[in-house]
Ligand binder design. Structure first.
Ligand SMILES: [Zn+2]
Length: 237
């Protein structure tokens, strides 16, 4: 486990493909994303290691319905009895994971087969709390709707801690900032608008950035996203 900020933990090992996080606060601990199917034991271990009981988990945020972010959501919902929270628009995909579509049509039949394999099969679940853009959460996060990669994708901003959790709205594979993976981003223009939103509307509000993929940025995050967004938008739009 890696403590990015006091009380904010990256659960997984550094060589893992996807990141998910634990947030300690007055009321207990909150989980942000749940990794792949099969990651639930690792996450529960991490919760115990921090000194919490499983019932101390107060909420589970799902940034978006993808196998690497919502893969263990149903298992953890059952184990912890914590409410699962996602954007209103994402509810449909948590309830019907096979409706989540990759970008090119030719990938869709392949994806439909892959997501029936046990390793990649997402157990459907019904979220308990539905979020909207701008909503303030009990943990002190502001919900930012960042659609494009999926229709109900969210990022979470903690203004007081100057922290942004991007989900896949913005990636940092091998330390290089970029858009979400194109193959799984059916609406790239909207994904780019979402990056612009993180830069223009919120760029002054955070320094630390925790990504779904890639290492965290610990300093000047807002400035770096603003610089990245300006570069993308001046060349591509
Ligand atoms: Zn992802």
């Amino acid at each position: 486990m890696n403590e990015i900020l006091p009380g904010f933990w990256q659960v997984n090992e550094p060589d893992n493909f996807v990141n998910y996080y634990l947030w300690e606060w007055d009321d207990g601990v909150t989980l942000i994303d749940t990794g792949m199917p099969g990651d639930a034991p690792k996450i529960m271990d991490a919760i115990l290691k921090l000194g919490y009981a499983i019932h101390n988990v107060k909420r589970i945020y799902i940034t978006h319905m993808d196998v690497d972010h919502a893969g263990s959501a149903a298992k953890l919902q059952q184990a912890t009895h914590a409410p699962v929270a996602c954007h209103t628009v994402e509810k449909e995909f948590l309830e019907h994971p096979l409706r989540r579509k990759p970008a090119p049509i030719w990938v869709r039949p392949v994806a439909a087969l892959i997501f029936r394999l046990p390793k990649f099969r997402i157990q459907p679940l019904t979220p308990n709390e539905l979020l909207v853009d701008g909503q303030a959460t009990p943990e002190g996060f502001t919900v930012i709707h960042t659609p494009g990669h999926t229709p109900g994708h969210i990022s979470l901003l903690h203004k007081k801690k100057r922290l942004l959790i991007t989900g896949d709205a913005l990636t940092n594979f091998k330390g290089k900032m970029g858009p979400p993976v194109a193959l799984y981003t059916p609406d790239m223009p909207n994904a780019q608008r979402s990056i612009w939103k993180l830069a223009k509307k919120y760029g002054d509000d955070y320094d630390v950035i925790a990504f779904g993929h890639g290492p965290a940025i610990l300093q000047n995050g807002g400035k770096r996203v603003t610089a990245y967004a300006s570069q993308v938008f001046s060349t591509e739009i």
